[in-house]
Design a protein around this ligand. Structure first.
Ligand SMILES: [Zn+2]
Ligand SMILES: [Zn+2]
Length: 390
């Protein structure tokens, strides 16, 4: 059987499972679970894999909603990563239900390629992508050791094979002032809200002079109790992002200086805490991305390697990409003007276009597995690119 014939067979495996995969995706969509609470999704996904010949390890990396499904016949070890967490209030507005269903669909269809050429296919369930960075924690705990390749497909509004993602770290900042009557004794108060506002102003000034693609943004989570009380406490949550970890560290110090300046000016005391987990920038392996693109194009999608017009956030897949040659392509499921993390995108994740994205992503992933197990020289080239980029 030649490679094209095998690709056609893995594709038809996905077609044969369209109904099951779509049902799985919609079930996860209508039962949204926040990060580290994805118990139902994990139960359904692992059950599906188990019924289809995968051996399952649950609770890997000491995370109850992380899992590994394996179908092993030697090397190379290729992982397809699943995400399944939802967003507060918005539900599956990032379409992780489609990521989950495409990952298990691709994993099961890839068994044909493994049976023919050898190799191992692993479907790794990675919880809490949105805020807690599940993959970053798993990476620290060896969850991606002994892998040769890692892939996943994220729904979006463009078809791109090598998406960008920024390094990112969260910051919590608090100011402690002194309450007083705002009219009768304003001179007795220390205004913690003003300190927070000054911090925003300083950050806005800083923003004019930061490097391209760096981002600083935040919200105020406590701005005081009542208009006639000088706010004794204020709190905010911020995200600082940059193209690489070196500039991220530089920028973090500049951001903290904004808060220190505001503390000095207002007399309020500053306390801050950086998030435990930082998201690493995405290193897309271009050799792997080109393979994926060719397979996605064979399904009738126009896929760009990278799209300069595409927006970019951060993903914990970035942390995986620092350890293992990886791709994080995007499959379009909504018009370009729709933003992820919006109610419109949540609807798209349960739409017909969403299902089509799921099937195409699963097929392109499984066809890429065919390329990888059939051609050891391609895997060598992918690893060589990874080493050189280090
Ligand atoms: Zn997402
Ligand atoms: Zn998201």
């Amino acid at each position: 059987m030649d490679i094209d014939e095998l690709k056609a067979r893995v594709s038809s495996q996905i077609d044969a499972r369209r109904h099951q995969l779509n049902e799985l995706s919609l079930r996860i969509h209508s039962n949204p679970e926040l990060g580290f609470q994805e118990n139902k999704a994990v139960a359904w996904l692992t059950q599906y894999l188990e019924e289809n010949g995968f051996s399952i390890e649950r609770g890997i990396c000491e995370l109850p909603t992380a899992f590994r499904g394996s179908y092993r016949k030697g090397k190379p070890a290729i992982a397809i990563l699943a995400e399944y967490d939802a967003l507060p209030k918005l539900g599956h507005a990032c379409g992780h239900n489609l990521i989950a269903a495409s990952a298990v669909g691709a994993g099961v269809a890839s068994k044909l390629a493994i049976d023919r050429f050898g190799g191992s296919i692993l479907v790794i369930g990675t919880p809490a992508e949105e805020v807690e960075g599940g993959k970053a924690i798993m990476a620290q705990r060896g969850g991606f050791d002994n892998l040769d390749i890692a892939m996943m497909v994220h729904p979006g509004v463009l078809d791109t094979a090598a998406t960008q993602a920024l390094a990112c770290q969260a910051l919590e900042a608090e100011f402690f002032g002194k309450a007083a009557h705002s009219a009768a004794r304003p001179e007795a108060g220390i205004n913690a809200l003003e300190a927070m506002l000054q911090s925003f102003i300083a950050i806005n000034s800083l923003r004019q002079h930061i490097r391209d693609k760096a981002r600083i943004h935040g919200i105020i989570t406590d701005g005081g109790e009542a208009a006639n009380i000088v706010p004794a406490h204020s709190a905010g949550v911020f995200l600082v992002r940059a193209k690489n970890n070196i500039y991220l560290d530089e920028l973090k110090q500049k951001v903290i200086n904004c808060f220190i300046g505001a503390a000095t000016a207002s007399g309020a005391r500053l306390e801050y805490r950086w998030g435990d987990v930082s998201y690493a920038p995405m290193r897309s392996n271009l050799t792997l991305a080109r393979l994926f693109r060719r397979n996605m194009q064979s399904l009738g999608r126009k896929v760009r390697l990278t799209d300069p017009s595409s927006g970019f956030g951060s993903t914990d897949m970035g942390n995986v990409s620092q350890l293992v040659p990886s791709i994080h392509p995007e499959v379009a499921i909504a018009p370009k003007e729709v933003s992820t993390h919006s109610p419109q995108f949540a609807s798209a994740a349960a739409s017909e276009a969403g299902s089509q994205g799921l099937f195409d992503a699963a097929k392109a992933l499984a066809m890429t597995v065919v390329d990888l197990v059939a051609s050891p020289e391609i895997v060598t080239k992918i690893k060589e690119e990874f080493r050189q980029g280090k």
